[in-house]
Design a protein around this ligand. Sequence first.
Ligand code: TRP
Length: 453
Amino acid sequence: MSKKTQFASRIGLIAATVGSAVGLGNVWRFPAEVQEGGGAAFLLIYIGCVILLGIPVMLSEFALGRAGHSDAIGALKNVGASKRWWVVGGIAILASYLILSFYMVVAGWTLEYLVQSVTGGLFEPVAGEAGLNSHFTAKMEEYVTTDWPPLIFTFLMIFINLGILLGGVQKGIERMSNIMMPLFFLVLVVFVVVALSLPDAGAGLSFFLRPDFSKITGSTIVSALGQAFFSLSLGMGILITYSAYFSSKVPLVRTAVTVSLLDLLVAIMMGLVIFPAITSFGLDGETIRGASLVFVTLPEVFTHMGMPQLWSILFFFLLAVAALTSTISIAEVSVAFIIDRFHTSRIKACLIVSLPLLPISAVCSLSMGLWSDFTILGMNVFDFLDNFATNILLPVGSILLCIFLGWFAPRNLMYDQLSNHGTIRSRLIPAVIWIVKYLAPVLIAVVLVSTFL
Ligand code: TRP
């Protein structure tokens, strides 16, 4: 974050960091990954990745950000990294671009669903609808795989994002997220209660919570690791930029644990909504997978709640806000970098970052419909960018960061930051430092290499 846009309140820091972490990753990507990864076994590996690798990597970003006090590359420079370490910043910017390009598409769908909820279109019959169960599947097809409406909403989302970046990170998004994120959480609690009382909730729950280890493969582990980094906003230097504004009194370990557990909680709550809904509404055929999962199952849940339209409006509004707090954080990596390195104005930097997104996101959006036949390594462009950025770039960025902090940074940097210069004593601190130095780089590298074997 450039100096002009630092967050106003110190309390706002958890809200801002949680705001970056909680987003479409928890609501849309996590359930899809759980479904692909075979359910509870994936969940277990995911939790392991969050605790064993996610929290330590988050702490490396926090430590570097607070010690280096600048954007991702500036912070590296300020703690004495030589120029070749800047490649970490380069990876961060590439990853942030690729992630933004498909994230904006999904953010566009949430906006489209919000508008369709307000107009009531979401609940109107579609032509050629086979039965009630497939109503929202048909709607999803209509909204996502048609060529132009999703594209228009994607563009709208890019412009809203640009507007917030330009004007009011501090006034707008921070204040908004302080109110919206707790509200989002409360609404989720209601959905969980409703979903758990559905007739066939048990079967869905056992898929989500009873592990079948025979389903684990190398790619399950890579996906779980990628999802953990994605959901915690790691590997792109975003938290470096945010923590540059943490005061010297903030207890980093406790902050990282709080943020990570909140993020994990939201993901698990989504699982508790989605999987009971899938089995209860007979949606467990092959038809609804991945990208469309959430957009089909949630409206089904709403129809069982009384005033479905109202719930739908509320939910998609909050989801769109949650998506925006995340896109802002991703875009800010490049904006802060451009302002600090090239001394351009904020307006120019925001435009430089936002405008090229239009064509790239357009390709992603159209790859769901018109261009779905065009594939790279068997995936459409959308899935390819997602997999490449999430499962490869984020882990690589995290490995490099750990290697830098463990082996090349000033010797006491990690310890001084995590202990607030010796004033906090905790057994966790040496454990985290050990993980960052030895375990994390090796483990992440092994997982990554195993994908190519
Ligand atoms: N964590 C966000 C989500 O779950 C997405 C996100 C924000 C992100 N910043 C990031 C992902 C940085 C990777 C890296 O929706």
